[in-house]
Design a protein around this ligand. Structure first.
Ligand code: UCC
Ligand code: FAD
Length: 578
């Protein structure tokens, strides 16, 4: 038997080949565009602060914590051993490390210390951009914390929120608080004005008690929250719609026995992604609140901040998958040579890179505008542009992150689909970026409102022209400049035609219009960056490639009659097979 090669009980041979894994290197050193952007824009003194060692820590240590958050998701303990209801959300040690690290690194504080004037937000967000893909989604509570601090600051830091403000913006881990953002109820997360049933009952001491059910509450281990409710009058009546909504601040506290005061955690949600982070359904029954706020308009300040954070995370997810994919292409071979030597594979990665660069520049430009506004440097144009571009950047990068991360997973072949590589989590977590903080359509409608209110199209055109003007003498960029300029003319033509049509016309065009604004403006940013004296040939190449997109899909589709009144019934017939 032995001679014939049959060994009873021998183990099956598995061969000697083991594929090397993709390696996460220092994400800062690996990101030429980020380094170039900071070198170009940040004052020297800010750049000196960007210690590379800390960025290396993201690759070495923080990334492992992030993974631990994913594999040790939070769990809800409803009862203590003696049967008392406690509703304790148990999170992993890694999740707690993330909280401490976030405070120490000033990931919220930097935006409020404003040590770097108008560049403070760019500095803060570039740190978050590096942290985000390794953070185990801790960037979600940080976004809401930042948003809550912004709301408190805009209303005025005074009792009863002054202590909260100081805790949200501290660098001391033992004092640091995170905030929730409880808006969504079962009837509606987009249409908050109609969907909110929660009532606030006035108390004799001037405070309110809240009764309602919040359907999605992320990072529910927060120390406080901002939320919306309808104030009952003496007869118990409330005002319907958005006009009846007020903003409330509440601390999430426990009694001596460890029971949550005024809140029951109904259950933790079982989600496609974002599993690192608890998302709960909450029954609010007698939650004590501070005084009346200003409803939807007040919480809008939070939405601006969280939507910008969302966009930072989207661009960061794209960057991370590109970094890993390009490393893997040097380690994996097929058909006799490394993947990096297959031009078609590299073309695929190059397309991902172009999307990532565009997303990064668009996001950072919005952060720049936010920093200018907060430091009192903003012109009226900057302020209008910030309002217009916030929904644009959120909706565009949220969608692109899914596309780029999905393509990225494919670049690892079958391994991209295997859970313990950590890669599938990137895709699952990207999918939420276009849903929460306003879906793509809802934000497209917000873009329409901005356009109507502040002549947004004119502003956009003005700024885009200004940005490409410097490139008019750079021959290598001529095709890109031409593409942006002609897309702008098409956009102007679209606006003129749309102005003559019924209101439903613009609504149908809303998503394509938002995409057009994103693509044209980003094209201009890529061109502008490529004109910088420190730019590389790749910066020029990226701008040229970006401008090969259909930069103005709203004009293309208008020409095909896509928004004509005949379209909605045809769409409905198609969808419902009538
Ligand atoms: O999803 C959530 C948390 C997830 C976790 C956080 C992750 C963060 C990133 C992490 C990265 C890893 S919290 C739930 C988010 N929910 C939404 O985003 C709601 C989506 N729906 C909308 O945005 C709608 O457009 C609504 C709710 C704003 C529409 O309500 P209304 O009542 O119809 O709104 P109006 O009438 O358009 O606006 C009411 C007022 C107006 O002000 P006044 O009365 O002074 O004219 C508007 O100008 O609010 C003002 N306003 C705004 N202001 C409305 N939207 C905005 C805005 N975006 N910015 C400034
Ligand atoms: P709907 O409003 O029912 O929308 C359904 C679809 O209809 C969407 O595709 C939407 O684009 C479309 N639609 C709606 N209105 C229009 C329109 N006028 N025109 C065209 N299309 C339209 N919320 C919180 O408040 N706090 C949280 O912490 C929080 N955390 C979350 C965590 C996770 C993981 C998820 C998935 C959600 C979370 N949310 C949270 C809720 C989230 O903000 C909402 O789910 C989101 O805003 C959409 O609301 P909805 O689910 O009610 O969808």
């Amino acid at each position: 038997w032995e001679a014939a090669g049959y060994l009873p009980f021998s183990r099956a041979k598995i061969g000697s080949f083991f594929q090397e894994r993709p390696v996460l290197k220092n994400p800062f050193l690996e990101d030429a565009l980020l380094r170039g952007y900071l070198r170009r824009h940040l004052p020297q003194e800010v750049r000196r602060r960007k210690a590379c060692k800390k960025k290396q820590r993201v690759a070495n240590e923080v990334d492992d914590w992030g993974r631990e958050c994913e594999v040790t998701p939070p769990r809800l303990v409803h009862f203590d051993p003696w049967g008392r209801r406690v509703d304790h959300i148990v999170t992993s040690p890694a999740w707690k490390h993330m909280k401490d690290l976030s405070a120490q690194e000033g990931l919220v504080a930097i935006g409020y210390e404003r040590s770097f004037g108008e560049w403070s937000r760019v500095y803060q967000m570039s740190k978050l951009y590096i942290f985000s893909p390794s953070s185990g989604l801790y960037t979600c509570p940080l976004a809401m914390t930042d948003g809550a601090a912004k709301v408190i600051q805009s209303i005025g830091v005074s009792w009863p929120t002054d202590e909260a403000y100081s805790r949200l913006t501290t660098r001391q881990p033992d004092r640091f608080w995170t905030s929730g953002q409880w808006m969504t109820e079962r009837q509606g997360g987009s249409d908050v004005g109609s969907g909110t049933e929660t009532v606030a009952v006035p108390q004799t001491d001037g405070s309110y008690k809240l009764h309602g059910f919040k359907w999605f509450t992320s990072a529910t281990d927060a120390d406080m929250t901002l939320t919306l409710a309808r104030i009952q009058d003496r007869t118990g009546a409330t005002t319907p719609g958005s006009r009846g909504l007020s903003l409330f601040y509440a601390e999430v506290s426990r009694d001596e026995e460890g029971r949550l005061k005024g809140i029951e955690v109904q259950r933790l949600k079982d989600k496609l992604g974002t599993r690192q982070m608890p998302t709960a359904e909450l029954l609010l029954d007698g939650l004590q609140l501070s005084e009346e706020g200003r409803g939807v308009a007040s919480i809008a300040n939070m939405l601006t901040i969280t939507r910008i954070h969302n966009s930072v995370s989207a661009a960061a997810a794209m960057r991370r998958v590109v970094q890993l994919a390009r490393d893997y292409a040097t380690r994996r071979s097929a058909f006799g040579k490394p993947l990096k030597d297959h031009p078609l594979h590299i073309q695929t990665l190059a397309r991902m890179e172009v999307e990532t660069r565009g997303a990064f520049l668009l996001v950072m430009d919005v952060c720049r505008l936010l920093g200018r506004e907060e430091s009192g440097m903003a012109t009226q144009l900057d302020t209008h542009l910030l309002r217009l571009l916030t929904p644009v950047v959120k909706l565009y990068t949220g969608k692109q992150a899914v596309a780029v991360v999905s393509e990225g997973l494919e670049s690892f072949g079958g391994q991209g689909y295997i859970e313990d590589t950590g890669l599938p989590g990137l895709l699952r977590d990207a999918q939420v970026l276009s849903i929460w903080e306003g879906t793509t359509n809802v934000l497209s409608l917000d873009v329409l409102r901005c356009v109507a209110r502040s002549s947004g199209m004119v502003l956009h055109a003005y700024v885009t022209h200004a940005k490409v003007q410097g490139a008019s003498s750079v021959s290598s960029l001529a095709p890109a400049v031409k593409a942006v300029n002609s897309a702008l003319s098409e956009l102007e033509d679209f606006v003129q035609v749309a102005a003559t049509r019924a209101p439903g016309y613009l609504e149908l065009a809303a998503r394509d219009l938002a995409y057009s604004l994103a693509r044209i403006y980003t094209g201009a940013l890529l061109i502008d960056h490529a004109c910088w004296k420190g730019a590389s040939p790749s910066d020029t190449y990226a701008a040229l490639r970006w401008c090969e997109h259909d930069l103005c899909p709203v004009a293309t589709k208008q020409a095909r009659g896509c928004y004509d009144p005949s379209t909605p019934p045809l769409d409905a017939a198609l969808v419902y097979d009538r």
